[in-house]
Design a protein around this ligand. Structure first.
Ligand code: F6P
Length: 547
């Protein structure tokens, strides 16, 4: 793996960061009437305007040169052709195959993986249809109208986010709950609301060893049995979504009730696999297929469109420019759509677990900034919370605004108001207000010179704060699929340039390992040595629990 800082284009971009990167967006728009057209991109039902980011034609040219010199297209071919691009784990990365139907296109170790994919998809479809039609019943003969999905991370966030986003497509009479946290409150609150006779539990875990999921699954099983049901009834009420068939059978789930997937599907890229079953059970099979085809349309675009017109490529490169060359530490995900409520949480895992890395694939240390901090909230709620810092704080960041032009819930002029905010915020971030303008405005409001001088700094906005706007006609299963795939590929592009492995997650391991002896200590089964702070806190917790 080449150190990307040694590439010619990296040097050119470092220079540009001191020149073009410092230009004010107001001036860039004044200089170039074609800026909006020049820096907007379109594919698979999504329109992306990047003209309010701090790029110039020289910058995008250099970014494209960087992508070429870093071998992004070659790496993309490697991903699509099933190379083990997840080198630390020796795995291919083929979530794209899960939303495709092309025989012979994807193989792992020389074997076409499509038949296996289609087989699971067929079983998921048959199961979904049987449950949603009421043909498949619970142990007491009642239809299974409620799904409780137990999973965490990639086995939770994708399905939760999509389920929420597709609310207008929910089949009538179906209820779904997601339990992820090992905090007993999460499961207890859900179990309080559901009826064991009509509930289907989906135990979603790629490894089927994750502490949180296994603990919740075991407690759900105990609750089910305590409600008067027998071990034999488990088969009617528990299914597993997993790659670990041995562990699912040890848990007591028979193989007919296991929907499998493969190690070439990363957890945070798995909503397209059997992990998507709770989505299908809520919106029906056809809508789930539409989600897959929306993602596939974006895959085709990513694979085939020239780099300069390629939406994920350009979004990835422009994001990387702001992160690495303009040193902006964060990306704010700002969906102006209430049903995308969980998108920021989903993207936190997708992006931060993928690109929060400090080593290149060959193990060498990076000495440049990689994955950003991702956070966000749906608009307009975020406006009344953290936008103050985005507008006037000392930290600059890239904002990503997302909105559908048409609402599923037309109600008076709500949607026009929502869209007005979706448009006004990026405009405000870009243009800002100078101190002179603030002074004039204060004077127009009747303030004295003294008062206007006192307040003008507080009322000024620096502007020049970059944002991307993503627009779609309506949030449908297809456009949602395309949006998620766009982000997946954006993350790929950035990881490919930084030279990191976007598909492992060793950073989550250490805490898990350390929690094991602590658990034994909290249960009074063992003692262990820790730093003084951890030991002090353990002692304090013990005494608080002792009352
Ligand atoms: O957080 C670490 C992680 O391994 C994620 O990558 C994964 O999505 C999550 O745990 C859940 O893992 P599993 O599906 O194996 O339970």
């Amino acid at each position: 793996m080449t150190d990307p800082t040694k590439l010619d284009a990296w040097g050119a971009l470092s220079q540009l960061a001191r020149t073009d990167g410092q230009k004010h967006l107001r001036d860039l728009f004044a200089e170039d009437e074609g800026r909006f057209e020049r820096f907007s991109y379109e594919a698979a039902g999504l329109f992306l305007d990047a003209s309010k980011t701090r790029v110039t034609p020289a910058v995008t040219d250099a970014l494209l040169a960087l992508a070429e010199q870093a071998g992004v297209e070659k790496k993309r071919r490697g991903m699509f052709s099933g190379e083990a691009i997840n080198g630390t784990e020796g795995r291919a990365v083929l979530h794209v195959a899960l939303r495709d139907n092309r025989t012979g296109k994807y193989s792992v170790d020389g074997e076409d993986i499509l038949p296996g994919i289609l087989d699971v998809r067929e079983r998921m479809k048959a199961f979904t249809d049987a449950v949603t039609s009421g043909e498949r019943k619970g142990a007491t003969g009642k239809p299974l109208t409620t799904v409780v999905n137990i999973g965490i991370g990639g086995s939770d966030l994708g399905p939760v986010m999509v389920t929420e986003a597709l609310r207008p497509y929910h089949l009538e009479g179906r209820e779904v709950h997601y339990v992820s946290n090992v905090d007993g409150t999460h499961l207890s609150e859900v179990l309080r609301q559901v009826d064991p006779e009509t509930t289907l539990f989906c135990i979603a875990s790629k490894t089927f060893t994750t502490q949180e999921t296994m603990t919740n699954a075991q407690s759900a099983r105990d609750w089910f049995l305590k409600s008067g049901r027998s071990e034999a009834d488990i088969a009617k009420h528990f299914v597993a979504l997993s790659t670990n068939h041995q562990a699912t059978s040890e848990f007591g789930i028979d193989s007919d009730n296991v929907f499998g997937f493969w190690d070439w599907v990363g957890g945070r890229y798995s909503l397209w696999s059997a992990i998507g079953l709770p989505i299908a059970l809520t919106v029906g099979w056809d809508a789930f297929e539409d989600l897959l085809s929306g993602a596939h349309a974006m895959d085709r675009h990513f694979e085939e469109a020239p780099a300069a017109e390629n939406l994920p490529m350009m979004m990835g490169l422009i994001g990387l420019w702001h992160r690495t060359f303009l040193d902006m530490p964060a990306v704010a995900c700002l969906p102006y759509d209430q049903s995308l409520l969980r998108l920021p949480a989903y993207l936190q895992q997708a992006d931060m677990e993928s690109n929060g890395k400090g080593r290149r694939t060959d193990g060498s240390k990076v000495d440049y900034e990689t994955g950003p901090i991702v956070f966000g909230e749906p608009g307009t709620n975020g406006q009344h919370a953290f936008y103050q810092l985005i507008h006037q704080g000392t930290t600059e960041m890239l904002c990503e605004f997302i909105a559908p032009a048409v609402s599923h819930n037309p109600l008076g002029d709500h949607h026009e108001k929502l869209l007005a905010n979706f448009l006004a915020q990026p405009e405000a971030l870009m243009v800002g207000v100078t101190e002179e303008e603030a002074f004039s405005q204060l004077k127009e409001q009747g303030e004295s010179d003294e008062e206007a001088n006192r307040l003008k700094g507080h009322k000024a906005f620096p502007g020049n704060r970059p944002s991307i706007s993503i627009l779609m006609q309506k949030l449908t299963p297809e456009t949602l699929g395309a949006l998620i795939a766009l982000y997946e590929h954006k993350i790929f592009v950035q990881g490919a340039v930084w030279g990191v492995n976007s598909y492992d997650q060793f950073g989550v391991e250490l805490g898990k390992v350390l929690a094991k002896p602590i658990l034994a200590e909290l249960k009074g089964e063992a003692d262990a040595d820790h730093d003084r702070s951890t030991s002090g806190l353990i002692a304090r917790i013990r005494s608080l629990r002792a009352g």
